[in-house]
Design a binder for this molecule. Structure first.
Ligand SMILES: NC(=O)C1=CN([C@@H]2O[C@H](COP(=O)(O)OP(=O)(O)OC[C@H]3O[C@@H](n4cnc5c(N)ncnc54)[C@H](OP(=O)(O)O)[C@@H]3O)[C@@H](O)[C@H]2O)C=CC1
Ligand SMILES: O=C([O-])CC(=O)C(=O)O
Length: 437
């Protein structure tokens, strides 16, 4: 009888049949293993594989603890000691990434990018913690199965759950995508309230169980005000760590400028989206550059910039829905990747990126206490600073004032969720999400 033995240190304590199929893949290629056997001690598990010519032997599996609701999924319950394998010795420490709305369309693109290593790098193992609801639990299992079947080397753990207090445990990144879409006839105030409740609860959960330096990117709409609510409910996490995703708007603006100037879009830089992720957002062509030159010196059609370009970016999401029948999912996932990478890699010299962040202490005179998209730079440590050397003209100031007024009105409308008293909803009538046009 030939016996192959694999020693691994396990941090998890549960095993079931799907793991055994994984374990059999772990046996050296020259030895076929029909029946991997798991032996457990207090801290370690050892797999031995019995290989016989004629003999059939039942697998012996000792299960020591029951699997709990939000625990690891399938093959991901198996956690190797990364230092024990030659290939993984140089890898960084595993990081925990929580994703809400994980069974939704955006996540369906994003999760596979995260798992592939293209976001955090080829030496960064990750654990994905997927938050769903009763409604989506089955679908979430399907997502986890697809992640299993993708055999991503860097994806070391996946867990699924419906309780944010469990799913957000030790999260170092929280990508908050899940939110109720605005249905026909629904008032924007109702949407703010329904989604606000979700983000208030998730803020409290992050406050209670996430890493103290968790970086939070809110995608679910209306993302600026949801980010504000989340932040206000997480007082023990730095306010600076909360972002509303406006990178998709920045990417859309770069694309339109490149198209008009007849250049490839990598020539377009320094594009700021000011304000709300809504149709009042301000894509800033005054400070933007094409091939290092001010956009206004390259595209000398101010009327086009003020009217057509601006409106195209503001309403791009809605036009896409009309054509595609659903809202941007792939390009949103790409922009989430861009937003994360903007924080974990140094910003190219002279350039900046847009993200919705808390306005307290901003150098532009924008009202404090709201989450507003502004130009930022990072040295790649996950943090950012606001860019000071930007210029304004009357046009830009007026446009910024409009999106600022909208966000202040949204803030008053969710005062009951931010601990700031009684809500008063006097939202401007034309307030729309990009996708609502
Ligand atoms: N900031 C940006 O640039 C962009 C933001 N968005 C926003 O991202 C969000 C997600 O988009 P997408 O993935 O396409 O949407 P999907 O409809 O595919 O998924 C959204 C998820 O939200 C969750 N959800 C939470 N609460 C509710 C609720 N009350 N009713 C229904 N679903 C709920 C659902 O998951 P579960 O049941 O698991 O909770 C669902 O899977 C939306 O709010 C959208 O407007 C979209 C594009 C760009
Ligand atoms: O309104 C939506 O859900 C879509 C959206 O935010 C966008 O495309 O920018």
């Amino acid at each position: 009888m030939a016996v192959a033995e694999l020693n691994s240190a396990f941090t998890k304590t549960h095993f079931h049949s799907s793991q055994l199929s994984f374990l059999s893949r772990s046996v050296p290629k020259h030895q076929h293993c029909d029946f991997p056997t798991l032996h457990r001690t207090q801290q370690h598990a050892r797999i031995s594989c019995s290989v016989t010519q004629n003999q059939v032997q039942a697998p012996a599996v000792q299960i020591q603890e029951p699997k709990s609701k939000s625990d690891c999924y399938g093959v991901f319950c198996l956690t190797y000691d990364l230092k024990a394998e030659e290939e993984t010795k140089s890898w960084k420490k595993l990081i925990n990434i929580a994703v809400s709305g994980a069974a939704g369309m955006i996540s369906n693109h994003l999760l596979f990018k995260l798992a592939s290593g293209e976001v955090f790098g080829p030496d960064q193992p990750i654990a994905l913690k997927l938050l769903g609801s009763e409604r989506s639990l089955q679908a979430l299992e399907g997502v986890a199965m697809e992640l299993e079947d993708s055999l991503f080397p860097l994806l070391r753990e996946v867990s699924i759950g419906i309780d944010p207090y469990e799913v957000f445990q030790d999260a170092e990144w929280a990508l908050l995508i899940g939110a109720k879409p605005r249905g026909p006839g629904m008032e924007r105030a109702d949407l703010l309230d329904i989604n606000g409740q979700i983000f208030a609860e998730q803020g409290r959960a992050l406050n209670a169980v996430a890493s103290r330096n968790v970086k939070v990117i809110v995608v679910g709409n209306p993302c600026n005000t949801n980010a504000l609510i989340c932040m206000k409910n997480a007082p023990n996490i730095p306010a600076k760590n909360f972002h509303a995703l406006t990178r998709l708007d920045e990417n859309r603006a770069k694309c339109q400028l490149a198209l008009k100037a007849g250049v490839f879009y990598d020539k377009v830089s320094n594009v700021t989206i000011w304000g709300n992720h809504s149709t009042t957002q301000v894509p800033d062509f005054l400070n933007a550059k094409i091939d290092g030159m001010p956009v206004i010196d390259v595209i000398k059609d101010r009327k086009w910039l003020e009217e057509e370009f601006t409106e195209k970016v503001q309403k791009r999401g809605g036009v896409l829905i009309q054509k595609w029948g659903r809202s941007s999912a792939a390009s949103t996932a790409v922009s989430i990747v861009d937003a994360i990478r903007a924080l974990i890699t140094p910003t190219p010299k002279g350039d900046w990126f847009s993200t919705g962040v808390y306005t307290d202490g901003n150098p532009y005179g924008i009202a404090e206490g709201i989450v507003f998209s502004m130009p930022c730079r990072s040295n790649g440590d996950g943090d950012y600073v606001l860019v000071k050397d930007v210029i304004f003209d009357d046009y830009l100031r007026n446009r910024i004032a409009k999106t600022e007024a909208e966000l202040l009105a949204e803030k008053r409308c969710v005062a009951h969720l931010t601990g700031e008293g009684i809500a008063v909803c006097d939202l401007p009538g034309d307030t729309m999400l990009p996708g609502e046009m």
